[in-house]
Design a protein around this ligand. Structure first.
Ligand SMILES: Cc1cc2nc3c(=O)[nH]c(=O)nc-3n(C[C@H](O)[C@H](O)[C@H](O)COP(=O)(O)O)c2cc1C
Length: 331
């Protein structure tokens, strides 16, 4: 039992799965920045792949996780775990086994998604009210997947409230999961601050590692999260998109390979933004829309982004936005 707790030799830092936000292009950029700053992510998790009626064809897995073509790693070498969402244990198991055949280095199961369409089909966070189904799904997936490939779960504290936390912990304990990530809010609490890091503590009784997630936007919050949750393992979500150097800031002073240069200046972030705008997408309209989503988030992390945002928020032309970005150092 204790062996599993030791599974992570050091505190791990993960980039969160975020549908429509940390897609393959964004993962590529954010994992590159983290590597360049000397503190690569230990891994990231794909956006959820929804399992409903069949074993999905290979092209669906490749669409969500094109990294599967490259040893399931981003260009900077960060592994990408495949996340599945669904409620039929056997079907989840078959899809997980197939994902492993395609090269998935680990399978994560989503029990946190708050989306109505997903919840109405008994998927995501609604299953937090049915811990026995959580148990069935994880154990079926665990049995179907080769033993050397880890199976993990990502949960919230509950659906409408935290009253089933003990049952959820029990279900996970018996399921054979290799670790657990906890977004420290209920489904009802959505994405609104605060996150209840102290509630994670109750899960530390498990024999597996626990990863804390939710509302970490700066190094100071990461420290408080670690103290209150009682775990040193963290998953970073929106904060990592807003400040791509967040991971390096968090481990600054704690890691030997991290020099003093852990801050990503706006000047250096410009190149990455241009790479994003030159990346692959269905078309330029999609790409520009996605870039504006990112820029909107960067306005919370960089003053320069606020000025640029005012200049380009109505702009539709990609080349014009790139030109504005290039001159944004002189703003
Ligand atoms: C736009 C968006 C999409 C998300 N998509 C997923 C997803 O596909 N799978 C998942 O497990 N969590 C998903 N999440 C939840 C995040 O992984 C994370 O748990 C949550 O954002 C809390 O962390 P944060 O406060 O650091 O952002 C999503 C969150 C956001 C904001």
């Amino acid at each position: 039992m204790e062996i599993k707790k030791q599974f992570f030799k050091q505190p791990v830092r993960l980039l969160a799965p975020m549908e429509g936000l940390t897609d393959p292009l964004m993962r590529q950029i954010l994992t590159q920045i983290a590597s360049d700053l000397g503190r690569p992510y230990d891994w990231s998790v794909s956006e959820f792949i929804r399992v409903t009626q069949t074993v999905l064809p290979a092209h669906v897995f490749y669409k969500y996780v094109p990294e599967l073509h490259h040893d399931a790693k981003t260009a900077s070498g960060t592994p990408i775990h495949v996340q599945l969402l669904g409620s039929e244990a056997q079907l989840m198991a078959e899809n997980a086994a197939y994902a492993c055949e395609l090269g998935a280095p680990a399978i994560d199961i989503n029990f946190g998604c708050p989306a109505k369409t997903v919840n109405n089909h008994r998927g995501g966070s609604v299953l937090l009210d049915e811990p026995e189904v959580i148990y069935e799904i994880i154990s079926a997936v665990r049995q179907a997947v080769p033993t050397h490939i880890p199976v993990s779960a990502k949960i919230r504290l509950g659906y409408t409230d935290t009253s089933r936390m003990d049952d959820i912990r029990g279900a996970i304990s018996d399921s054979g999961a290799d670790w657990l990530t906890i977004h420290a809010r209920t489904k009802t609490q959505g994405y609104k601050p605060p996150a209840y890091w102290d509630k994670i503590k109750a899960f530390n009784k498990l024999s597996i590692p626990v990863i804390a997630n939710g509302e970490i936007w700066n190094a100071e919050q990461s420290q408080r999260c670690m103290v209150q949750s009682g775990t040193t393992h963290l998953m970073l979500g929106r904060g990592a998109v807003t400040r791509p150097d967040l991971i390096a800031q968090i481990d600054h002073g704690h890691q030997q390979n991290l020099g003093s240069n852990t801050t990503l200046l706006w000047e250096d972030l410009i190149t990455h933004q241009i790479k994003f705008l030159e990346g692959q997408a269905k078309n330029d309209v999609v790409l520009v829309g996605r870039y504006k989503q990112w820029l909107g988030m960067l306005t919370k992390g960089y003053n320069e982004a606020q000025i640029l945002w005012e200049n380009v928020k109505r702009e539709k032309n990609k080349a014009t936005i790139i030109a504005a970005l290039q001159s944004s150092t002189q703003l």
